[in-house]
Design a protein around this ligand. Structure first.
Ligand code: ATP
Ligand code: ATP
Ligand code: MG
Ligand code: MG
Ligand code: MG
Ligand code: MG
Length: 278
């Protein structure tokens, strides 16, 4: 490769390799979606078509990048978890974030007419920001995902009550806000039930729990491992052989990708899918 006198500027680039052996979470979030909702008449508090579109764009990202173990989405955001052993783009933060954000955005725009056929896309076009954060332990990673799902629940209960007070109770924004000031979850459930006969528990799972995307293998029944098996696995060398790693990679690339609306805070989801965090 020929050198030029300009090439020294390359040295100005700063390395941004993320910490090895940590779970990388890349979260994308829609830019100014509050305005987007108004411009494109999203149904409040939850436009199902827009959520399905988010899920379809995220599924395309997970399909494209097999190092992504699991993804979780709510509202205008999606978190993509890259396996801690991944060497994708040498773990360079800017490469990872920009590739995921643009793959997501390209698919979101491409799939828009499929999910919102009556609403032609014009300006402003949907855009997303992104960031990467490393989590050193499975416990930190699970707490991260629990934090996002807890946020989904808190916001959805608030938004459902807020918009019901407006749409069915005839209140304006200010009055609805005032009604909800200082209320606890139980109070909101009570308002929904006593005034509008809405049982929050019967709201769609996608609204209450958000969406989780993962590669599906055979489900494992919890407690199906015998003590002997556990001892065997402890005796195995920690390091996997290269072919084993390659096989795992192929298996991951071929596995069915599932979009569902499940509780990822409790242990059950993870106990049944041990491959996600192993
Ligand atoms: P920023 O650019 O800082 O992210 P923002 O306006 O996007 O600004 P967020 O905190 O990301 O702010 O909030 C997203 C907004 O979009 C929320 O008000 C949320 O209720 C709304 N929203 C996102 N998805 C949907 C949807 N499918 N249906 C209805 N509203 C939605
Ligand atoms: P990476 O993902 O690492 O960037 P890459 O294949 O995109 O891989 P680049 O170094 O970015 O590698 O090279 C881009 C390639 O695309 C070059 O071979 C370049 O000649 C080709 N290319 C880009 N734009 C055009 C164009 N308009 N017409 C023809 N070839 C193009
Ligand atoms: Mg934001
Ligand atoms: Mg946003
Ligand atoms: Mg958001
Ligand atoms: Mg290129």
């Amino acid at each position: 490769m020929a050198n030029s006198k300009f090439e020294y500027v390359r040295a100005f680039e700063q390395p941004d390799y993320l910490l090895p052996n940590t779970w990388i979470v890349v979260r994308v979030d829609g830019r100014a979606f509050t305005k987007m909702c108004a411009k494109y008449n999203f149904e409040k508090p939850n436009d199902r078509r827009a959520l399905d579109l988010m899920n379809a764009a995220a599924k395309a990202v997970v399909t494209d990048l097999s190092d992504i173990t699991i993804a979780y989405g709510v509202s205008d955001e999606y978190s993509f978890v890259i396996h801690k052993s991944s060497g994708l783009f040498e773990r360079r933060a800017s490469k990872l974030v920009s590739t995921i954000v643009s793959t997501f955005t390209a698919n979101y725009v491409h799939l828009w007419p499929k999910y919102l056929p009556e609403t032609p896309l014009s300006f402003p076009l949907p855009t997303f920001d992104g960031r990467a954060v490393c989590y050193p332990t499975v416990s930190n990673l699970r707490d991260y995902l629990s934090w996002r799902q807890a946020d989904c629940h808190i916001n959805n209960l608030y938004n459902t009550t807020f918009w019901t007070l407006i749409q069915r109770g005839g209140l304006d924004n200010k009055e609805a806000e005032k009604t909800l000031a200082g209320t606890l979850a139980a109070d909101k459930n009570e308002i929904l039930f006593s005034r509008f006969k809405i049982n929050y528990n019967n709201e769609p799972e996608i609204f209450k729990k958000g969406s989780v995307i993962f590669r599906d293998y055979e489900l494992v029944e919890p407690d199906s491992h015998t003590v002997a098996e556990t001892m065997d696995s402890l005796a195995e060398p920690v390091k996997q052989s290269k072919t084993q790693t390659e096989n795992d990679k192929k298996r991951r690339a071929k596995a069915r990708i599932v979009v569902d609306h499940l509780d990822i805070i409790k242990n059950d989801f993870w106990d049944r899918r041990p491959w996600l965090l192993s």
